[in-house]
Design a protein around this ligand. Sequence first.
Ligand code: NAD
Length: 671
Amino acid sequence: MEIPLHRLNPAPAHRPPLTMAVDMPLPASRFLDAVELATLNRIGDHLCPGQPDLPSFSAAGVVSEFDRIAPGMHPRDLADLRLLLHFIARLPSPFLMGLLKLSHAASTCQWPVLAVLRQMEIGLSGLCYSLYYGFTQPASGPLIRDALHWDATISTELPGENEMTELIDLANPLKTTQDDWVSTIYQRAQTAQQRIGAMPVAERLNYLRRLKNILLARREEIVGQVVKESGKSRFDALVGEIFAVCDGLDYLLKNAGKLLKDEKVPTSIAMMGKQSRICYEPLGTVLIIAPWNYPFNQAIDPIAISFVTGNATIFKPSELTPLTGLVESVLQQAGFEPGWVQVVYGDGQVGSQLIDGKPNKIFFTGSVATGRKIASKAAVSLIPVELELGGKDPMLVFEDADLERAVAGALWGGLTNTGQSCTAVERLYVHEAIYDTFKAKLVARARQIRIGIDLDDDMGPMISDRQTAIVRDLVEDAERHGARRLTGEQWNGIDRRIPPIILEGSSHAMRINQEEIFGPVIPIFRFRTEAEAIQLANDSSFGLSASVWSKDMTRAERVARALVTGNVSINNVMVTEGNHYLPFGGTRDSGIGRYKGRYGLHNFCNMKSMMMEKMSGKIEANWYPYTAEKYRLFDQLTTGLYGGGLSHFVRFAKAGLGIESLAAKLWKKGR
Ligand code: NAD
């Protein structure tokens, strides 16, 4: 039976009535004077006039939201904003509207001369959108969430059977009474993919350009939501979830156009007269299953790659950090239609059921254990799988390394995101000549780390009690076997605010150096020789990334090449994944496949090989009928072509001509 897809659901009955409070007195702001406030509302009402079921900007009560975020703004930004509002206050409305339109048009154009307009779009329009769409704002938050319902549910109303209307709530798919909810989602994706696939890449990039501007504009809200759900510090959220995502989008904007163009490749001389190409086509529907440690990054980054390569996407976030509604909201604002990207919420069971829908590719980021389950399930249906799994990254510090830089790098590499990064430094090997000094400096700095989620805090709490317990078990196991904490002795094993733990005296036989810790713990070791350092670093079932620190670049490069990893940094840490031009992925248990860069982009494509030649009556030399003479000539052609030297080449040319006319003759004559 046909199921009509793309149907929007009626607005939920509980939506609060719309109040257009244009004539009501505006509440005062602690940071803006009356003129500035009125101007902000004037601009806001133009950009966010409201809809039948959404209030306008001024009616949504954004002043209190502005007063909430203003203390976090840099005083210079606040002063600039006030100046701009005063200037705009003098502009007649038609001028203002024109300016806003112009700045919006400029936002998708890269001409340097339009930088001021782009900044206006980011700064002023961005601020208005940010305030309006702020989820934390009690007056508009629930309304916005309700508005998102269009994407969170799929209507499967059957023709002529209105009373049988069935909704699949993507926020709660397992609660649906419809058995085939998975196939409904996939049908919707297939329909959407036809539209996405038909779009030129440049058009897809326009959506991503808008998306980047929206992320910049709404960055405070996004950071806030990520911090709330993951517990990471605001700085970690800004760097990992906004900066890194914008950088990824920027890479696509600059490169996807040329990388997705048909690529001409050489054709062997034996196939003269033909042309060869690689066509980068969409795969169809890509299922992305994500972890919790960089929840917004791991949503937008792969979604953008999947979209720009022409695929429809089904995205399942981690149940620990669903960011409910946020991904749909930014995509919707960027113009994505429902069905292009469907966000399905739930735990591993939902993820597993989504695989039953047989996507054309699974892009999975998460633990090794889940990766194995997904790979074996996918194998049954031969679904291509890319696995970005855990790590146990070694950091090797040689005796000539700059001590301050290496200590700072070790500290950040081990503790950023509370150590909950796949490329966190989990094993620190220091040359014996500098070991004691290095250790003393590291310990002193680790004690200075501030724990919390505020602007001047370094490290947030752990994501969950479960993850905290994993860290406790590993540390206690190591201590039972002779390791000792140099810092973090005061941690009680329960508090999610784990202080940095520098661990000395552990060995590779202990679980802590075999399993992923995923917490703020840095086991430190001493080594004597280069060979020993390499042997220790490679003594792991993981192979994600590593870092080598030395002034001697020849040695550093030699060591880097000897490491069995997918990525390696020299004199830096966790940087390879920061460069979107590089492929990212692991060896051994750290995963299968490569993500990002040219290879990562092409991995989301069906790389179709195409050969073409003009229509002719020619019969190929290797076609039927076969004869002894044809065999002799083909033999000559093979040795002539691959034997090397001029005389061979002449033999090849002679045999080639001979076999061509023989093939034509034989075909004409028939058997
Ligand atoms: P996880 O494996 O527990 O869960 C990841 C995702 O898989 C979640 O969305 C979860 O709901 C889903 N899932 C669980 N069981 C499933 C099943 N049977 N079928 C389908 N989906 C299922 O991982 P996590 O704890 O969320 O994330 C932490 C792990 O991710 C760490 O090991 C870390 O190293 C790894 N990671 C790797 C990278 C990388 O790029 N290599 C990046 C970030 C995190």
